[in-house]
Ligand binder design. Structure first.
Ligand code: EPZ
Length: 422
């Protein structure tokens, strides 16, 4: 199993190209199950979650081919199998996004219930509530599968808010299903993430009639069919946020290309409070850091609030702030596997329920650490960039799920980092 070796202390300088958004790519790829023609998707990152979903979509009768120019050509060639099996779904929870499209296009979807997750409890009750509101018959059948059936889906008004607020993939799933339903569906308390808006924009290019995406109220006028189309997905705001922290934590200066600052208001607000300078020129964003990092309070929230997917990376940064910070995780209260590992590098962190007190220290020290999930592993890389000595990061398959060649991008701007095959 590969691992990363990071020797800290280098100030990062240079330009980084931001990849397409993983969390837009996955639902958009699943949505291609509803198209009558070929879809050509551009900007799809080469990360293992995309490979996993491609495997699943092939099992569900889709031809998925990566072209020389990087575009993904997607076309349904066989609608015989509508069963998303445990073996593939357990590897990637976002596989649940095939449920709505299969149900809408084929009238049946059998999808394995996603199991436990390192970042905490992740039920799918909102997905099922929305599909039932559209008239689907939903049952838990043997082997832990969910079986959804519907001859016709009918538009309806529904409230999709949950205990922790809106749900990104539940909104995606229900919005996709309603696209081929009869009549008008209205989703209240919909997730407003840019990835949800990007999915709606893709569906509208393919012939759907969706309005209000990106706001808490989405209206879907059902249509009879969707055509093939070409579509370029949005840049990855979480990858961009990770590199912004890399610039700040190394007291460096990075130019991020293909970065949409308007998707990152909650993030740049916090970075400026911490002391970083952020300037934009079109989709080029320059981030430079002040030597002195201010402590802050962060509470994760649904978009446009501070994203939970940057909580761990900012915790690594605030370990070096001049004072005490407080981070409260409101979306996945148990998302804290990185706390213990950062502690091994000399961080002073005290966890109380969903809140972590971060006492700023003068320096971190390199150590062997273990990645536990995608964003926790990014936080360990960032800590390694500033730590004294060598940090060895294990289980980096977590990192490869959502970051395209991160060590190459970091090395290109001066980091002393390499992947070691074991
Ligand atoms: C999406 O997950 C992202 N994944 C996650 O990114 C991200 O952390 C999350 O949204 C929140 O922003 C993808 O887009 C593929 P949710 P999702 O449903 O849709 C609760 C990464 O690092 N909930 O918005 O699964 C849930 O437990 C990943 O790239 C219910 O209660 O998250 C959580 O507390 C990790 N019932 C909250 O809602 C449901 O039916 C938000 O979860 C669904 C969710």
């Amino acid at each position: 199993m590969d691992y990363l070796l990071v020797n800290g202390g280098k100030r990062l300088r240079g330009t980084v190209q931001i990849s397409g958004a993983k969390n837009a790519a996955l639902p958009i790829m699943a949505a291609c199950l509803m198209s009558e023609g070929q879809c050509v998707l551009r900007g799809i990152p080469s990360v293992s979650d995309v490979e996993h979903l491609s495997l699943l979509l092939r099992q569900l009768g889709m031809r998925v081919e990566r072209q020389e120019d990087g575009a993904l050509h997607m076309q349904v060639v066989d609608e015989g199998n509508s069963h998303a099996e445990y073996e593939l779904v357990r590897k990637m929870r976002a596989s649940i996004c095939v449920m709505g499209p299969l149900l809408a296009k084929r009238g049946v979807a059998q999808v394995s219930m996603p199991g436990g997750c390192a970042i905490g409890d992740r039920p799918i009750d909102l997905h099922l509530r929305g599909l039932e509101a559209l008239g689907a018959d939903v049952q838990l059948v043997d082997q832990g599968d969910i079986l959804c059936k519907a001859k016709t889906l009918r538009g309806a008004e529904m409230f999709l808010g949950g205990h922790f607020g809106s749900s990104v993939t539940a909104t995606c799933n229900v919005m996709m299903a309603a696209t081929l339903g009869q009549g008008t569906a209205v989703i209240e308390a919909a997730a407003c993430e840019p990835e949800v808006k990007d999915l709606a924009d893709f569906l509208n290019v393919a012939g759907a009639q969706i309005t209000g995406a990106g706001t808490p109220r989405i209206v879907i006028e059902g249509v009879d069919s969707l055509a093939g189309c070409e579509y370029q997905i949005i840049p990855d705001r979480i990858e961009a946020g990770t590199f912004m922290v890399a610039a700040a934590i190394t007291n460096g200066e990075l130019v991020l290309e293909n970065c949409r600052l308007e998707h990152m208001i909650g993030v740049t607000h916090k970075l400026r409070q911490i002391g970083a300078n952020i300037e934009s020129n079109g989709d080029k964003v320059t981030v430079s850091s002040a030597r002195h990092l201010e402590p802050v309070e962060i509470t994760t929230q649904p978009y446009p609030g501070f994203p939970t997917d940057l909580q761990a990376q900012f915790m690594a940064l605030l370990c070096l702030a001049d004072g005490n910070s407080v981070i409260t995780e409101k979306i996945f209260p148990d998302r804290s596997m990185h706390v213990g590992e950062l502690g091994r590098m000399g961080a002073r962190l005290r966890k109380e329920g969903p809140t972590v007190m971060v006492e700023g220290v003068k320096r971190l020290t390199g150590a062997p650490v273990m990645a536990s999930d995608l964003r926790a592993s990014a936080a360990l890389v960032l800590a390694g960039l500033i730590a004294k000595g060598t940090t060895e990061i294990n289980r980096i398959y977590h990192l490869d799920r959502g970051y395209e060649r991160i060590e190459e991008k970091l090395a290109a701007v001066g980091a002393n980092i390499k992947r070691v095959e074991r």
